[in-house]
Every structure is written in C-alpha cells, then in structure tokens.
Design a protein around this ligand. Structure first.
Ligand code: SAM
Length: 224
C-alpha cells in the first residue's frame, strides 16, 4: 500500500485492529458507527461491510490517492456512508462533489451528512447528464463511481472525460450481477476493464468478498 499518512488509521477496538478516519465533525455519527477518542482526537470506525472503499483497503488496495485537500467527484452518493469517510479524509480544504439521482435518498444524505460537512457539495442529478452538474468547478483528482447500473462504465467514462484531471485516478465499483446475471463475475470484470483500457492505465482490480458479495472495484489512472 502506498502509505498515505493521516488519510486513514488503524485503531484497536474490542481486541481487533480496525479501520477509522478522523471525524471532521466531532460528535457526529453518520451510520451509527462507533466513535473513539484517542489523545483528544475523535475517530469514526470505518465499516468494510458497509463501505466498499473500506472493503478494498481490507482486501489489499495498493493505491490510495485520497488525501488532505483532494477534489473528488463521487457518483452514487446514496445516504453518504462512504462519502462521509472521504469527507473526513480530504478535510476542510478538500471537496467531495456528490451526485445522487434518487430524491428520497438524497434528502436523507442532505439531512444526515451534507448539511454537517462543508466540504461536500451535493448534486441531485442523473449521472448520465454530467453537463448538467452546474456546481462542479475545475477538474478533480479522483472520480469514484458506485451507481450499480448496467451501463455504469460508459456513464463513468463520460464523467471522467469532462471532470478528471490528467493522471487523475478512477475508482469503479462493479456490481457484477447488475450488468449480466448469467455471466461469471470474473468475466464481467474483465469485460468492463476492456472498455476502459483504451483511456486508462489499469492499476488494480479487487474482489470485495467477504465484505461484499458480487462486487469488485477497479482502480485506474487517466492517460488523457
Ligand atoms: N456509494 C454508496 C456507499 O458506499 O455508501 C452506495 C451506492 S448505491 C450501491 C448506488 C446509488 O447510486 C444509489 O443510491 C442510486 O440511487 C444511485 N444511482 C443509480 N443510478 C444513478 C444515476 N444514473 N445517477 C445518479 N445516481 C444514481
């Protein structure tokens, strides 16, 4: 793992070494995660069964470009479990543009997460229409995609084309069953990789088992 000091932490809790981020909003919980104070700093445990990025770290992620001041475009914010930890990591001077199209989920995300965190810009839009995200300014360091759509790879690439910096990183969560239920998961991941290889250098592909069934995450770097 490319060590990224202060991005995330390993904390001993209930006799086990657990993943955590430093809470940007002390006292505030997002999904009933445990809060732990050490040397006057509050940390939030980061549950790999609830967040695929945490599951990727547990399963040997070798690239972790999220750091203080990073600018991230996150597609599929949902209720904000993973977004909240990325928000902890990028800190007050970073930014997480967070796209979600389902209005009920987005309301929850606003009430419980975005309204407490000034580094999150919520965008209630369809990720298929990146030209309509009026609040995204400049290019981002990382595009993270977790929208569980059959055409998610195309949607992801369209977003990268507009918003991802040269040499920026691309994290693509592949819900293997949502693309084609009849194909083997490994084959589906290979096929999705083929679609992005032309424009991206593939860095790593990680199966998220046992934290998540039928999911993989692909990490790539923008060649453009
Ligand atoms: N990334 C989240 C996490 O780790 O906490 C979980 C994401 S969930 C699997 C997928 C989300 O993508 C859902 O909330 C869904 O409404 C959203 N989504 C699906 N299609 C979308 C689209 N075209 N545009 C924006 N959001 C979309």
């Amino acid at each position: 793992m490319e060590e990224n000091e202060h991005a995330f932490f390993w904390i001993k809790s209930e006799g086990e070494r657990k993943l955590a981020t430093e809470n940007l909003v002390p006292g505030n919980q997002v999904y009933k995660e445990k809060l732990i104070v050490k040397k006057n700093i509050e940390y939030r445990l980061w549950d790999p069964f609830r967040s695929k990025l945490a599951a990727a770290i547990m399963n040997g992620l070798e690239y972790f470009p999220f750091e203080n001041k990073s600018k991230v475009l996150y597609l599929g914010a949902s209720t904000g479990t993973t977004v909240s930890h990325i928000s902890d990591i990028v800190g007050k001077n970073g930014i997480v543009f967070s796209v979600e199209h389902a209005s009920r989920v987005a309301r929850d995300f606003l009430d419980r997460v975005a309204s407490y965190r000034t580094n999150i810009i919520p965008i209630l839009q369809d990720a298929r229409k990146p030209e309509e995200y009026f609040s995204v300014f400049g290019k981002v360091d990382i595009v993270y995609v977790d929208i569980a759509q059959p055409d998610q790879t195309k949607i992801a690439m369209d977003n990268c084309k507009i918003f991802l910096k040269e040499n920026g990183y691309f994290f693509l969560v592949i819900k293997t069953r949502s693309i084609d239920v009849t194909k083997l998961p490994k084959k589906i991941v290979e096929e999705e990789i083929k679609k992005i290889e032309k424009n991206f250098e593939i860095l790593q592909s990680i199966d998220l088992h046992p934290f998540d069934k039928d999911h993989a995450i692909v990490i790539a770097k923008n060649k453009n």
